[in-house]
Design a binder for this molecule. Structure first.
Ligand code: ADP
Length: 628
């Protein structure tokens, strides 16, 4: 008896999930095994070509299916790269897709449906339908073959076996039928044919099935020489979907291809089917996902397109084909101009690849632009999911991709129900308005309540709402759009003051110099200055920042790791509304009372801006002193 080996802990959990699965699409196991077989053939073919091995023609590769009704088994064979003992043990004993379990553990009450639907589960999905699995494999270039066998959770055995040809053969002993589940359907020719058509039609190697011999034929033929040579039938059309013309592919076929290939539960938001002939020759099928993959905004995420050279897959994630700003796009590219022998390093410098990448970048941009113009709701949905990536890319490139990305940006606004682009904003600007105004905050409604906003709203000016940490940094970097300066409403803004106001302020500054100095002193370093203002309406105070970074930028920078070592401080200026009764009241105060008022006004301004009070106890004491 060969020794029984244990599955790694993660794999056990995944197996458990599979064995007790209530997933309603258990049939996807066949797609997973066929896709593994196809990958294995790709690998063998590719390696053979690279090493100059001859004698292997593409036509000789195939995936075979066979059923044995009596033994209740379904076998999937391929003549791909095969696995040696160590590979059988590690590939099938340790789950590769640990990411899916990480995710699952954060969602304890989620069902297996989430995991299977969102990630696919590869080889292990076979345990949804089988209670025994035997994998016999011989690696290309080796004389030895090994058999891996498992009945599930208890572990697996691994021993040497006989196998005449290179490749892998997986035999599933199907579970017994239950009231709810008819596993026997995977032994029926018709059912299998349908599954292959539905899920694996575009697999580029023939998927062949031995035609079941009809019972009466069997009896009639008894004793004849042809008796057990079953007829062979190819079940899939093998024509990759991207090689077909746009008009020949239905929306449903695109969606199915996308879901199967990129393991997404949802159909794509948009499909881009592109091709070019001439200097660069390629076909591409690109998808805009409706949802971000769970790890999209983490460093685990691998961007890239599947790259085929004349129908042979040479790379799973070719990064060089996709700019970072569009890293969310999934898809395949197939080109006849690429050599199969091309290495990853060479690919990076390949002129064809660079040319295809340039084409695709344009294609994606124009697709997004037309989505924005023609189906705003879909664009808004795209933007909610991936807008942040566009912003990061634009910022990280120091604005190098300004032309590519600027007109794809949009922000909620205080006057519009839906987010607006810069050019939409500019087209609505009243003549008197010189700048593009923005404010940082969670929502347009919240921003609208800011004291600095009141006046702008009265003047009919629109204010853009910046809700992401990166936004203000980005706006500072962009500086201007169509020669209109981007301005935070928290910055001092002379453009808003008329002559009369300017004079009134000048007068206040001179006549109340002492008061302002006393307030600065009372605030003891918290603010760099206290100044009069006319831009507030019903509020007595607001805080603004000087020319450097804003309070919001200070908050973002302070939240970065290592920020303590290099503290970045925004300059704080307290503005007092000279038309507010409190301002008049301040004139008569002095000493500690003036100090308490100063502290209350300062903290009030912080609260309005959405920042916490700096010293809650002192704040509360000051309130008490003024109340008694
Ligand atoms: P994935 O296909 O996503 O890597 P699987 O669990 O389906 O995950 O398979 C794990 C690994 O086992 C594969 O990456 C591959 O290396 C190997 N494998 C599976 N099926 C075959 C096969 N038919 N031939 C060769 N290797 C295979």
């Amino acid at each position: 008896m060969p020794e029984k080996k244990q599955f790694q802990a993660e794999s056990r959990r995944m197996l458990e999930l599979m064995i007790h699965s209530i997933y309603t699409h258990k049939e996807i196991f066949l797609r997973e095994l066929i896709s593994n077989a196809s990958d294995a053939i790709d690998k063998r073919y590719y390696l053979a070509l690279q090493s100059g091995e001859t004698g292997l023609a593409r036509e000789e590769f195939a995936i075979g299916l066979a059923v044995d009704r009596e033994a209740r088994t379904l076998t999937i064979r391929d003549n791909g790269c095969g696995m040696d003992a160590a590979e059988l043990e590690s590939n099938l004993g340790i789950i590769a897709r640990s990411g899916s379990l990480d995710f699952k553990s954060t969602l304890d009450d989620a069902s297996d449906v989430d995991v299977i639907g969102q990630f696919g589960v590869g080889f292990y999905s076979a345990f949804m339908v089988a209670d025994e699995i035997t994998v016999r494999s011989r690696k290309a270039g080796s004389e030895e073959a090994y058999e891996w066998y498992s009945q599930g959770i208890e572990g697996f055995t691994l021993e040497k076996c006989e196998k005449n040809d290179v490749g892998t053969e997986i035999t599933l002993k199907l579970k017994d039928d239950t009231d709810d589940e008819h596993y026997g359907r995977f032994l029926e020719e018709y059912g299998i044919k349908e599954l292959v058509k539905r899920y694996s039609d575009y697999i580029r190697y023939p998927i062949r099935m031995a035609k079941a011999i009809e019972e009466d034929e069997e009896e009639a033929d008894e004793g004849e020489a042809t008796e057990d040579i079953p007829e062979i039938e190819t079940l899939n059309s093998m024509s990759p979907i991207w090689r077909r013309g746009k008009s020949e592919v239905t929306e449903d076929e695109y969606a199915r291809f996308y879901k199967d290939t990129f393991r997404d539960m949802e159909p794509p938001l948009r499909v881009m089917h592109a091709s070019a002939e001439g200097a660069v020759d390629y076909r591409a099928l690109l998808f805009l996902p409706a949802k971000a993959p769970y790890n999209y905004y983490s460093k685990d995420f691998e961007k890239g397109l599947k790259l085929y050279a004349s129908g042979v897959m040479i790379m799973e994630h070719c990064k060089d084909l996709l700019p970072d700003c569009f890293s969310f796009v999934r898809g395949v590219v197939d080109s006849q101009d690429l050599s199969l022998n091309i290495s990853r390093e060479m690919l990076q410098q390949d002129r064809q690849v660079a040319a295809i990448a340039r084409h695709l970048e344009k294609k994606i941009k124009s697709e997004l632009k037309s989505l924005l113009e023609e189906d705003r709701e879909a664009y808004n949905s795209f933007y909610r999911t991936f807008g942040l990536n566009l912003k990061y890319a634009l910022y990280a490139g120091f604005g190098m991709q300004r032309e590519l990305l600027l007109d794809l940006l949009q922000y909620p606004s205080t006057t519009q129900e839906n987010p607006v682009t810069f050019s939409e904003y500019i087209s609505r600007m009243p003549e008197a308005q010189k700048h593009i105004y923005y404010a940082t905050g969670e929502s347009a409604a919240q921003i609208q309540r800011l004291p600095q906003c009141e006046r702008l709203t009265d003047m009919g000016f629109e204010v853009l709402c910046l809700a992401d940490d990166i936004d203000e940094f980005l706006c500072k970097m962009l500086w201007q759009v169509e020669e209109k300066e981007l301005r935070s409403i928290s910055e001092a803004d002379e453009a808003l003051e008329n002559e009369e106001e300017k004079q009134a302020l000048e007068k206040e500054r001179e006549e109340r110099k002492k008061l302002f100095e006393a307030l600065v002193k009372a605030l003891d370093g918290k603010v760099s200055n206290v100044v009069p203002t006319t831009r507030l309406k019903s509020h007595p105070v607001c805080l603004t920042s000087g020319a450097g970074i804003s309070l919001e930028m200070e908050r973002v920078l302070q939240s970065q790791p290592g920020a303590e070592e290099l503290p970045m401080k925004a300059e704080r200026v307290l503005e007092l509304n000279i038309n507010h009764p409190i301002y008049a009241k301040l004139q008569a105060l002095e000493g500690d009372t003036l100090g308490d008022y100063a502290s209350l006004l300062y903290n009030q301004a912080l609260l309005i801006e959405g920042f916490p009070v700096e010293d809650p106890v002192a704040f509360s004491n000051a309130i008490c002193r003024l109340m008694v």
